[in-house]
Design a protein around this ligand. Structure first.
Ligand code: AMP
Ligand code: MG
Length: 351
């Protein structure tokens, strides 16, 4: 497994990476395709560029700006955060996330049965530490899962949190916003579900949807979703300052793997409830989603809340890496039972 250890540094310029080339293509396609929502088309933008001398930055330009902003400040991941389990690729703040360069299929050379046994050990660690966190009642943990359809968010949550006291753990799944949610700022519904002191909250999809599906499907004008990367970073910085450790996992699967998983859902009547024919339409936007994921992971991997990319084609490997990282994170938080009230040790209970 050690050969997969270590941080994956991405120092290549956007032009040198295949992912970025597709991002440029996507941004160009999108420029020509907007207009329904009142945002400007390509011709208008060119006109504005002539008048003002200012052109809105392309995806690649903007990604470079995001990188240099963080590196210029010399920011590195907060040393109080535990490193991710070896096998996970953590996006270093200020470096470009190149998903194409990360092998979704790896199993780290691990044996499946051994990994399952190791998962049980990690679950026990999480359960023990969760009790301390709950008893301490000072800090909290927010675990964010993002992935493409069939990426394995539901399965991960089921496997990793089995055995954790449900009283100290809440899972929130975010769907298409309701009318009430849409009437508020985009962070409103997520902030309301952030963990209280002592709690572990899990986001099955999250505030990142507002720079992912929203961007890919062109649900708001580009300047609106572009501004959200900074807004998300500010939101997470505020949570961290308030005592919430923010742990973000991107479940990285390959396009072939998604095909297999969709086919398996079609083949198994017990899985039909999970199959949405719209997933086939979404699959056509695979490249646009990958570009949106890469941009979000680049712009929002910060010293206080870095992104962790998990090779996720092998479910058992994915589960182990995530469980281990959560256990290590809780251990690094080092939650303590509160001090007992004086004199309890010698007390007797009256009949
Ligand atoms: P599922 O996770 O399969 O139950 O699907 C939930 C759906 O809600 C997915 O298609 C998401 O893309 C969609 N969704 C989640 N958050 C948002 C959002 N902020 N805006 C639009 N669609 C969203
Ligand atoms: Mg779905």
């Amino acid at each position: 497994m050690s050969k997969h250890h270590g941080k994956h540094r991405r120092d290549r310029s956007p032009e040198e990476t295949g992912a970025s080339a597709s991002q440029r293509d996507v941004s160009h396609r999108k420029e020509g395709s907007r207009g329904k929502d009142g945002s400007r088309g390509k011709a208008d933008k060119k006109g504005e560029a002539r008048r003002t001398g200012h052109r809105p930055p392309s995806s690649a330009h903007w990604a470079r700006e995001a990188e240099s902003r963080a590196t210029a400040a010399g920011e590195t991941i907060d040393p109080r955060l535990a490193p991710a389990a070896p096998g996970i690729v953590t996006v270093q703040p200020g470096t470009r996330c190149d998903l194409d360069a990360i092998d979704a299929n790896t199993d780290g050379g691990l044996d499946k049965e051994e990994a399952k046994a190791a998962l049980a050990t990690e679950r026990a660690r999480i359960a023990t530490l969760q009790e301390r966190l709950y008893a301490e009642h000072k800090r909290s943990l927010l675990v964010v899962f993002q992935a493409i359809d069939t990426g394995g968010k539901d399965g991960t949550i089921r496997a990793v949190f089995e055995g954790v006291n449900p009283q100290g753990c809440r899972v929130w799944s975010f769907k298409v916003p309701s009318a009430e949610e849409s009437d508020h700022d985009f962070l409103w519904r997520y902030h309301a579900k952030a963990p209280a002191r002592g709690m572990i909250n899990v986001f099955n999809r999250s505030h990142y949807e507002d720079v992912l599906v929203v961007r890919v499907k062109d649900l708001v004008p580009e300047p609106v979703w572009r501004a959200r990367y900074d807004q998300i970073n500010d939101f997470e910085r505020m949570l961290a300052a308030a005592g919430t450790t923010v742990l973000k996992f991107f479940l990285h699967i390959s396009k072939d793997e998604q095909k297999e998983r969709l086919e398996a859902r079609i083949a198994n009547p017990d899985k039909h409830w999970k199959f949405d024919p719209a997933d086939l339409v979404e699959r056509r936007s695979w490249d646009a989603y990958q570009a949106a994921f890469a941009d979000a992971l680049t712009a929002c991997s910060t010293p206080h809340a870095p992104w962790h990319v998990v090779p996720a084609n092998r479910k058992w490997y994915r589960n182990l890496l995530i469980a281990r990282t959560i256990a290590d994170t809780l251990e690094a938080m080092d939650p303590r039972f509160p001090e007992a009230k004086a004199g309890i040790a010698g007390m007797t209970v009256p009949d």
